[in-house]
Design a protein around this ligand. Structure first.
Ligand SMILES: Nc1ncnc2c1ncn2[C@@H]1O[C@H](COP(=O)(O)OP(=O)(O)OP(=O)(O)O)[C@@H](O)[C@H]1O
Ligand SMILES: [Mg+2]
Length: 203
């Protein structure tokens, strides 16, 4: 029997020995061909980006296997705190450090042309002072400033909606993001992105 750790709209996650298996589930209502394609693409993406992430020195789970028949990725189980649940409860000092580390890690990722696609604290785990990024199924490779700015915008939105208790979280993230070689340009684009309709921020 699989012991399901997490069951979402797209995937089941369970432990096999001490490894984590993320298996993208079939949606019965979709045509089999479409259903396969829709599961295969993010499964492969996740595997490839995790590999690349590790290679460039990001804190991501080690990835062991991909199986695009069963639509699974097997990776290291990162035993730590899911930031979505814990960020608000840290001391001021720890919260500041963690937010800055998030920014440093996004900078490294963007400087290596990886766009996460779903930057939220539900996809970040703090383990032994390191912030691990997970859930790269919506990730892609791009050198475009626009894509990096949108990635940051999604993070700002996630911070503001889930962690509204402290208003300066995203500013702290940007302190870390200063390390990016395109910091200025990306920030300018972020402002533009947010002025446009589609991504308009609530005042
Ligand atoms: N490598 C890991 N180590 C520890 N916990 C993990 C790991 N990967 C995922 N989790 C836990 O499982 C949850 C869901 O995983 P994940 O975010 O990858 O799936 P999801 O949000 O359903 O993905 P998708 O958006 O690709 O469908 C995470 O929020 C986290 O709590
Ligand atoms: Mg997730």
């Amino acid at each position: 029997m699989k012991k399901i750790l997490y069951s979402g709209a797209e995937a089941h996650l369970y432990l096999e020995k001490d490894r984590l298996v993320k298996e993208r589930i079939s949606k019965g209502y979709r045509h089999e061909f479409i259903d396969n394609a829709k599961r295969k693409y993010p499964t492969r993406k996740e595997f490839k980006i995790l590999l690349k992430g590790k290679k460039i020195g990001m804190d991501v789970p080690e990835v062991f296997e991909v199986d695009d028949k069963e639509m699974k990725v097997v990776m290291e189980f990162v035993k730590g705190d899911l930031l979505k649940e814990t960020l608000d409860n840290y001391s001021k000092k720890k919260r500041e450090e963690v937010c800055k580390k998030i920014g440093i890690q996004v900078a490294k990722m963007h400087d290596n042309q990886i766009i996460h696609g779903d930057l939220t604290t539900s996809n970040m785990i703090l383990k032994e002072e390191k912030v691990f990024f997970i859930d790269f199924g919506l990730g892609f490779i791009s050198h475009k400033i626009e894509d990096k700015a949108v990635d940051l915008h999604l993070l700002r939105q996630a911070m503001e909606s889930k962690h509204f208790k402290y208003e300066n979280n995203f500013e702290l993230v940007l302190k870390g993001y200063k390390k990016s070689s395109n910091f200025k340009e990306t920030l300018e684009r972020l402002e533009k992105v947010e002025q446009r309709g589609r991504y308009k921020r609530k005042a």
